[in-house]
Design a protein around this ligand. Sequence first.
Ligand SMILES: NC(=O)c1ccc[n+]([C@@H]2O[C@H](COP(=O)([O-])OP(=O)(O)OC[C@H]3O[C@@H](n4cnc5c(N)ncnc54)[C@H](OP(=O)(O)O)[C@@H]3O)[C@@H](O)[C@H]2O)c1
Length: 329
Amino acid sequence: MQYRILGKTGLKVSVLGFGCGAVGGLLVRGDHQTMVRAVEYAIEHGINYFDTARIYGDGKSETNLGLVLEELRTDVLVGTKVRLTAMNMQNIAQAIIDSVEGSLTRLRRDQIDLIQLHDRIWRCRQPEQGVVGINDIEPVVDIFQSLAEQGKVRFWGINGLGETQALHQVLSISDIHTIQTCYNLINPTAGMQVPQDFPFQDHQQLIDISAQNQVGVIAIRILAGGALSGTTRRHPVADASVSPIASGLHYEEDVQHSKKFGPIVEAGYANNMVEAAIRFSISKAEISTALVGVSSLEQLEQAVAYANKGPLSTDAISRLHDIWAGVAQ
Ligand SMILES: NC(=O)c1ccc[n+]([C@@H]2O[C@H](COP(=O)([O-])OP(=O)(O)OC[C@H]3O[C@@H](n4cnc5c(N)ncnc54)[C@H](OP(=O)(O)O)[C@@H]3O)[C@@H](O)[C@H]2O)c1
C-alpha cells in the first residue's frame, strides 16, 4: 500500500481509504463477522484511514466501526462528520458539540482524528436545503478549533461539495486541514481540465487549489457510487438506490455513461472498469487518500489489489482526455 501525506495535518494516510458510508453499506447493513473480517483485511493490507459520518445509517456506521475496532484492538485514523440542519443552524456551536460527543460515544474513542463539516457549501446559507454559506465556515472552524484544544478532535475539514466558486473562496479564506472532493471518470473536473461544454458541474481544479493551500484531499465517489462497475444491479447489502453526485441525474444515466470508458479496458490499460476507476483516482498525486465504499469483503479485496497496481499510465490518461473531449461535444 502506498502512503501519502494528508496536507497540513502531516498524517501519513493510505492511498486507498475505507469508506464506511451507506452506499456500499458493509459497515451499516453487513453482518458483524463480515465487518470484522473486512476491517481486519483492510488493516492487514495497510489501509489506515476509515471514513464515517453520524448520518451513515443514522449512527450505525459509527457504532459498528467503533465495535469492530475495539474488538480488533487496533488503532487507525478515523474521520467522521457533523451535519448542520435547518433545525440546529441557529446554534451552530451547540449542534457541533452535541454531534461530536455523540460520535465519540458511538466510536468508543476519546478523540476523533478528523472531524468534517458534512454540509454542502453555497455562497449563502440555505437552511431548508441543508446548505451552509461561506460565512458559516469561520464560526464552524472556531468550534472545531476549541474542540481540538480540549483534545476531542485532532484535525478538521470540509465537504468539497456545493457551489464551485463558494468552495474556492472558502479555501482561500479559511483555516481548514482537509477537504472531501468528488473525483471519478465521469466527473474528473476537480482534478482535470475538461473541454468547454462538459456536461457536469465544473469543480475547476478544486483538488489542485486545495493542495496548493496544503489542504489534504480525500477523494470520494471514485466509483460514482458503483455506477462505474457498469451495472445497475446493486449488491444486497448496498443502498438500493444511489443519488449521483456531480454527474448524471439518475444512477442509470451514470451506468450508461460509464460505457464510454470501455476503450480503456479494451486497450488493456486495466482489466475492468472498477480497476480503471480506482487506479484513475490514485493517479492524481494531489489526492492523499481515495475512499472506496464496499458491500462485501470480495469488493474490498479487489479494491486493494487494484490500488496496489498503482496509477494508470500516462498513455491511458491521455486516452481519457480524448473520451472527455467526445463527451463534451
Ligand atoms: N462527504 C460526502 O458527502 C461523501 C459523499 C459520498 C461518499 N463519501 C465517502 O466516500 C465513501 C465512498 O463513497 P460511496 O460508497 O458513496 O461511492 P463509491 O465508492 O464510488 O461506490 C461504492 C460502490 O461501488 C461498488 N463497488 C465497490 N467495489 C467494487 C468492486 N470491487 N466491484 C464492483 N463494484 C464495486 C459497490 O456497488 P454495489 O454495492 O452495488 O456492488 C459499492 O456500493 C463513502 O463510504 C463515504 O465515506 C462522502
